[in-house]
Design a protein around this ligand. Sequence first.
Ligand code: AGP
Length: 622
Amino acid sequence: MCGIVGYTGQQQAAPILLDGLGRLEYRGYDSAGLAIRDGGALAQVVKSTGKLRSLIEKTDEGRTLPGTCGIGHTRWATHGEPSQTNAHPHVSGNCTGSGSGKVESEVVGVHNGIIENYMELKAKLTRHGYQFYSETDTEVVIKLVDYYYNKYKLGPVDAINRTLVRVRGSYALALMFRDYPGEIYAARKDAPLILGAGSDFSCLASDVPAILNYTRSVYYIGNLEIAKLLPGELHFFDLNGDEITLEPTKITWDAKAAEKNGYEHFMIKEIHEQPEAVRNTLGSLISGGKIDLSESGLTDEVLADIDFVRFTACGSAWHVGMTGQYVLEEMAAIETRVELASEYRYRRVLPRGHELLIVISQSGETADSLAALRKAKSMGVRTLAIVNVVGSTIAHEADHVLYTHAGPEIAVATTKAYSAQLIAVYALAVQLAYVQGKIDGQAYGNYLEELSALPDKITRILEEKERIQWFAAKFASAKDIFFVGRGLDYSISLEGSLKAKEISYVHSEAYAAGELKHGTISLIEDNTLVIGVLTQSAIFEKTVSNMAECKARGAYLMALTSYGNYSVEDSADFTVYIPKSDPCFMASLAVVPLQLFGYYSGVARGLDVDKPRNLAKSVTVE
Ligand code: AGP
């Protein structure tokens, strides 16, 4: 996912923009660039491929780009391979060579998202004499702004509005116009963009960490709205070009929260922030000893009417939905289905009368999840978003929103947001069960007590992380790992397997333990690592016997179970114990050792655990 930054004020812009891009690196990118204006002078554009470090060196930490107004970009390639020419910023004029240097163009800009009809627009512009130097959709949209700017001569806001009406797709745009020195214009549709201002500057970025050092009062413009940035001033406009007023959102995240706080990586820091993330999320959902979802609009009357729940999400968020299915059906006896968003959005869906569709998304920007949400809404289904990023697109568009309070999650591999999402699902399940009379007051109180004990139990697990670190190093050269479990333990295995894969690049599979004998057990060889998740006492023995079948074929067994289940050591070669909780909540505890296993496996292999290869923090393209 691309990263955008912009600044106009009294200070030199380039160093500020480079700092902001550095805080957006986690979004994944393959090239970067800046465009800086020094008063009335033309913009200077500098771009580079690879890591941000090369742009910093190329501009001598921004010193070769004097000027107090500018925009910056880190590019995650969608149209056109990663290259200097395709890197942003892009310009409305022609561009020789790599596209760096002073530009005569009227419009200079950066973009995050996808312009779906860019080929059609490119043909139109070509007919009007435009030439194109890159393969990007971004260059097309910037030239389209230039086309309307020169055709109607009604200024930047008008030119942008006409462009927004013509383009299809998703975008967050930041633009500078030659005739408007010191000003930046921004617009968005379905891609994240936030704005801020101080007494003598204004700024914009794709995400909060990039501007937290300058302001914590931010503005979110809506789809098809425009912002105009002047030093110390922000103006907002609608699609008609009329000025509108927006209220700021206070960001309570501490600037340090987006730093590593002394941990080696963001991922291990965020694993250790899980007790706080769980506690904060519980605090936002429970008050006065009762679950209160009213802020989301999910009143007891609404909950009483729901007889079918469908989760839809991607990746780890989908694993939360898998856990949610077991919890909702077990606790509230409500039929529940879990759908991969990328499947749901294209298949024939048969909505139910009193269905609640729950979209789970840390970023709130995942393209497949957003598309699934929109599909559900188009069918008249009531929708709930469980989201971590305030003001994100999925949060804006769902009928109801339950925010998780995990704070900024920088590591690409989600950990604390996953745990916070589980809490939101548990709270919803308990409240649904209680409102629909499936549990009595006693059970309700017991569940709340168990939930409030989770943060301390997670802390206790983290205090014993060295054993897992040792074990992960022992198996750092593993070629295959199998995570097996039954029921809720299977959904936990899914997350454990993904953590191992995405952080240590080791092939791994999560398998319903009872399914192994139907083919996959043929893959078990001497020393194949099989990790058995055993938190559900009702099916404990069944999974242990499946693990024994693997051991009989040479597997090395690790067991993950609650204190007290010491009999498992008769089969397992290595056992990790975790505290007990209600069976419905055990995913919150069992996932922690598996996160640590994935993390330490990646560290043992010397990998970039915060920014794994080929992955982005939020997949905002299909
Ligand atoms: C999880 O570690 C991955 N980074 C990925 O599977 C992620 O969970 C998925 O892309 C969904 O992202 P979202 O929660 O922001 O929608």
